[in-house]
Design a protein around this ligand. Structure first.
Ligand SMILES: [Cu+2]
Length: 656
């Protein structure tokens, strides 16, 4: 859910799309060439469009960020068509990012935070309530930078440093001190091979810049890619983006329905020792449906003719390898391949988030083809084999309707593409059963076997800003004694410091009524359990969906809410030492505070006392989610996190 003033730029985008649909005037032909008159090209790509490829290697390539009104685009080799960047394990990748943005006001208009110019009124500490100190409105700078999502490279310039590296726009503040920056990545030879992606990461402007067009895929090639190529398997890159955020622009008063009947008023007594989340029982009444696109082409809603869909041909009797990125700002996907009767066809998933589902030990094997829908959260990737449908039939790539929680967005079923048998097979194409699955050892191997040095509980929450009608603040905070809810503000000190070489288990809790995701830079983690259900084959991911909270009944010992939970195991390699952001990848939430920084400290002569950091956790209450020494459950940790909304409702709205 995002709440903000309607973004002018996005409204313009939407309006122009509607105007095209409603008028008889032919839309401009698609021409991705970037010119002075049309910096981001003209027209929309036809369904099934393939983005150009860019192979910068060590010598490098330039990626310019250009602007055409409410649109932003990545331009390479003169084409405003976010290239698929191809890189190679163990090799250097050099990219110069140049900022050509010339109208920051369009980004300002597309940003979701409200119009607050002053710090919000802090809620005074009182019995039962603790201060909430939200941030304030972030004015658009039009600075941009490049995050290589998922790359296991140091968070240190000139590699993936999103905290201190940025580039200034052609017009606007000059806070970055540079118009261009050359990123020099050294891809480890043992990084997982597969689909990654790039997007801006200037805090407060991530959603605006992504909605306006900034996101692209990176394919990191290695032995598995080589094996597929040798076998003649065609690879296809699919990028889902989001161009609108419809539910913005409502006030919380408009957007929220009443709490369920019988909900008690927020009372300190109900909150003793736990997050007081009575207001989290509020739902929203979203009516809008966000527009998504596939490789730049709008994805239609409802039952549409096949001609409106991307059409992909697969040579009869063969299969292809599809690499799909969900670069949407907040739209989840749930993918299936279906025949024209709506029956799910088996899908063989090979990798997620750039990581093979099998490991080199044989402990984790490639799953059998499954007809089950495959979730792909915002920021996530999935790679799978698609077999040619029998000649004369067709199949559809579908994303199903998703329940995102009563405060989440509406996500209806949509068809993304039609798949038919056609074309001729490459000479080397193997029969379907013989596709190779190369699995090499990666730097996250052995994670499941590592000794766990420490366990933490990380809570996600969201509260309407006290005293105002147009802003929700989002939080991600470690639950520990003395913790205070505070939205992240650029420059905040690291929330957590760990020693390089250690391993931790984090339980991520979602105390809200909408889905969130957890993403951490630099690292892949294994997902051990979801809502207490152990994963039979813990996946190695860099972004994971965190289920929404469920009401427990008001007489429950647990309080009114049971948070959704995922339990993760993370290892902190010395090579990744530095300050690493972790955040929700519904990027509006990230922009509005659901972000924090983890510091990986290099091993030094005087590490922190291990004994002090290894205080035994209290016994968890829920056996299902409680292997020995599991993370503590909600009521067992003394907390200083209590929401303050009800108390603050009568506060004077801050000046705007
Ligand atoms: Cu979120």
């Amino acid at each position: 859910m995002s709440r903000a003033r309607r973004a002018l730029g996005l409204a313009l985008l939407a309006a122009s799309a509607h105007a095209v649909a409603a008028s008889v005037v032919e839309p401009p032909a698609f021409d991705p060439r970037s010119t002075d008159a049309a910096p981001c090209g003209t027209g929309l790509p036809p369904p099934g469009h393939e983005m150009p490829e860019l192979r910068p290697g060590a010598t490098g390539a330039t990626l310019a960020v250009r602007q055409d009104g409410a649109r932003l685009c990545y331009v390479a080799d003169g084409l405003a068509d976010a290239p698929v960047i191809r890189a190679r394990l163990g090799e250097a990748l050099t990219i110069t990012l140049r900022n050509e943005i010339d109208d920051p006001s369009m980004i300002e208009a597309a940003m979701t935070p409200g119009r607050l110019r002053a710090a919000n009124i802090a809620v005074p500490a009182a019995a039962g309530y603790d201060p909430v100190v939200p941030g304030m409105h972030h004015a658009a700078t039009a600075a941009t930078n490049l995050h290589v999502h998922g790359f296991a490279v140091p968070p240190v310039a000139p590699q993936d440093d999103v905290m201190s590296v940025c580039t200034d726009a052609a017009v606007g503040p000059t806070t970055c001190g540079q118009r261009a920056f050359t990123y020099r990545y050294r891809l480890p030879a043992d990084m997982p091979e597969g689909l990654y992606w790039y997007h801006p990461h200037v805090h407060g402007e991530v959603q605006a810049q992504m909605l306006m067009g900034l996101a692209g895929a990176i394919v990191v090639e290695g032995p598995a890619h080589d094996a597929r190529r040798a076998a003649g398997i065609v690879e296809r890159v699919l990028v889902v983006r989001q161009t609108q955020d419809q539910d913005a622009g409502k006030t919380p008063a408009e957007a929220m329905t009443a709490a369920p009947a019988g909900a008690p008023p927020t009372a300190p007594a109900a909150a003793a020792g736990a997050i007081d989340t009575a207001h989290e029982l509020l739902c929203t009444s979203n009516a809008g449906i966000d527009q998504i696109s596939l490789n730049g082409t709008p994805v239609p809603l409802g039952d549409v003719p096949d001609a409106a869909l991307a059409r992909f041909e697969i040579a009869p009797g063969t299969r292809q390898y599809w690499q799909l990125l969900n670069a949407a700002t907040d739209a989840f996907l749930s993918l299936s391949l279906e025949d024209d009767q709506g029956r799910a066809l088996p899908l063989q998933v090979a990798a997620r988030d750039g990581s093979p589902l099998a490991d080199d030990t044989g402990r984790l094997r490639h799953p059998a083809p499954t007809p089950e829908a495959q979730p792909v959260p915002p920021g996530g990737r999935i790679e799978f084999f698609v077999a040619a449908p029998p000649p004369g039939t067709k199949a559809f790539l579908v994303t199903h309707a998703i329940d995102t929680g009563c405060a989440g967005d509406r996500l209806p079923e949509r068809r993304l593409a039609v798949v038919v048998a056609g074309g001729s097979a490459p000479a080397t194409a193997p029969p379907i059963a013989a596709a190779p699955h190369a699995v090499s050892r990666d730097l996250f191997a052995g994670l499941l076997a590592r000794h766990v040095d420490r366990r933490r509980v990380i809570a996600m929450a969201e509260y309407p800003r006290p005293g105002t009608a147009d802003q929700t603040d989002f939080y991600i905070v470690e639950r520990r004694p003395g913790a205070v809810l505070r939205s992240y503000t650029m420059g905040d000190a690291p929330a957590i410091t760990v020693q390089a070489g250690t391993t931790e288990e984090w339980t991520i809790e979602n105390w809200t009524h909408e889905l969130h995701t957890f993403h951490i830079h630099q690292l892949h983690f294994r997902v051990l359990s979801v809502d207490g259900r152990p994963s039979p084959a813990p996946e190695l991911l860099d972004v994971v969906e965190v289920p929404y909270a469920t009401a427990t009944g008001y007489r429950s010992k647990e309080g009114p809410l049971r948070p959704g939970r995922v339990r993760l195991r993370l290892h902190f390699p010395a090579d990744m030492a530095g300050d690493i952001p972790f955040h929700c990848h519904l990027v509006d939430h990230e922009d509005n505070g659901m972000m924090a920084v983890l510091r990986i400290a290099r091993p030094g002569p005087a590490p922190r006392s291990v004994a002090r950091r290894s205080t035994p956790s209290p016994e968890p209450r829920r056996a299902a989610d409680a292997p020995a020494g599991a993370a503590p459950d909600d009521a067992s940790v003394p907390l200083a996190m209590k929401e303050s909304v009800c108390r603050a409702k009568s506060a004077t709205p801050p000046s705007r």
